[in-house]
Ligand binder design. Structure first.
Ligand code: ADP
Ligand code: MG
Length: 361
């Protein structure tokens, strides 16, 4: 297999991906001819990781059954990434929504630009991007539309197909952080842009505080977001959406011990990423910024999300762990980390002011 040769080639020595670490030659031999009940193969899972040797993870899952068929390698990648010893993810638990322990993380409005939480959901009876056909995507889009157009109250909204959307509207939604970008080399090599833009679209309510991405990397991404730092309000809205969609007539892929299944193994479990766009020019200029966030289990992304750069000291900070903890605890972990970052930013800002005043005196 050509792909495998890329991975084991001596010139790939600098490759530090979890795929390279865990796909031993013995495992490769054992798994290379296997096929899932959806027709997915190992090649479908590792294509992107073999073409992008510099990536951190390197493996996607071809379909829900791939988590079983290729468990020899995927389980170790999952444990390594999510830093767990066992795959015993708890049952979903959204916590006590009447008595939430978090509200607005930045009442001053000075630091947190916006807050967003998303979860991924995938239908149990379809594969993931590498093996999906155009007809399957269109069928999924139709089912999803039917379900979403029944949402009421604060969540009621409209569906916008990418096929009929103008370039201007698309760019506007991307620039304002509402919609997925259409270029990404890792996801591209993993086939997520096949038959683009068929079957893809976005649903949103009037205020664009509740959105659903349809057929990006996961079949569905449910998103709650708003300006400012009110994490409590964002979380409650997302929980209402989760309960509404799970109360409708659809079945999502879920396994005992793994939680909800997603295309990328970094997302499975809660599938939840709670993030703030936060202005931290002093903290982000520190040489240990990366380590500081890592110790808090926070992931740093740029102004336009994954694989983009910070702009004017504004970064996207979110919970890194999604597996082995409940939905509520994943948000709590992010809340705690962001509060510590904010305190540190304020200390560094005050110290710099004091220095400047001293210089003046
Ligand atoms: P995801 O993990 O949801 O796929 P990405 O890193 O791909 O996230 O980013 C998707 C989009 O969501 C980007 O436009 C990004 O800027 C936006 N985004 C992420 N967090 C926030 C936030 N807290 N406020 C506003 N936009 C956000
Ligand atoms: Mg993304």
């Amino acid at each position: 297999m050509d792909l495998w040769e890329c991975l084991v080639n001596p010139s790939s020595e600098e490759c530090k991906s979890l795929l390279k670490k865990h796909l031993t030659p013995e495992r490769f031999e054992k798994l290379k001819e296997r096929e899932t009940k959806y027709g997915g193969t190992l090649a479908d899972c590792i294509r992107s990781g073999c073409k992008n040797l510099y990536c951190e993870v390197g493996i996607f899952t071809c379909d829900p059954h791939g988590y079983t068929i290729f468990a020899d390698v995927i389980d170790d990648v999952i444990k390594d990434y999510h830093k767990v010893d066992k795959l015993d993810h708890p049952e979903p638990d959204l916590g006590d929504l009447e008595n939430l322990t978090f509200g607005n993380l930045d009442p001053s409005g000075k630091y947190i630009v916006s807050t967003r939480i998303r979860v991924g959901r995938n239908y149990d009876n379809y594969g993931f991007p590498p093996i999906l056909t155009k007809d399957q995507r269109l069928a999924m889009e139709a089912t999803t539309k039917e379900v979403l157009l029944n949402f009421t109250g604060d969540l009621a909204g409209t569906y916008h197909s990418l096929e009929t959307m103008s370039q201007e509207e698309q760019q506007d939604l991307i620039q304002n952080h509402y919609m997925f970008r259409v270029e990404d080399s890792l996801l591209g090599a993993a086939s997520i842009f096949n038959d683009w833009p068929s079957g893809r679209g976005i649903f949103f309510n009037n205020d664009k505080t509740f959105l659903v991405w349809v057929n990006e990397e996961d079949h569905l991404r449910l998103i709650s977001m708003q300006k400012g730092g009110d994490l409590g309000a964002v979380y409650k809205r997302l929980c209402t959406a989760i309960k509404t969609i799970e109360g409708s007539d659809v079945q999502f892929a879920k396994r005992k011990g793994l939680g909800y299944l997603t295309f990328c193994p970094t997302n499975l479990g809660t599938t939840l990423r709670a993030s703030v766009l936060i202005k931290i020019p002093h903290l982000s200029a520190q040489p240990d910024f990366g380590k500081f966030c890592e110790n808090l289990h926070l992931q740093i992304r740029g102004f336009h999300g994954t694989r983009t750069k910070g702009v004017d000291g504004i970064y996207d900070l979110s919970n890194k762990r999604r597996l082995g903890l409940t939905e509520f605890h994943a948000v709590e972990e992010m809340r705690r980390g962001v509060e510590i970052c904010l305190t540190r930013e304020k200390e560094l800002e005050a110290a710099q002011k004091r220095k400047a005043q001293k210089r003046k005196a």
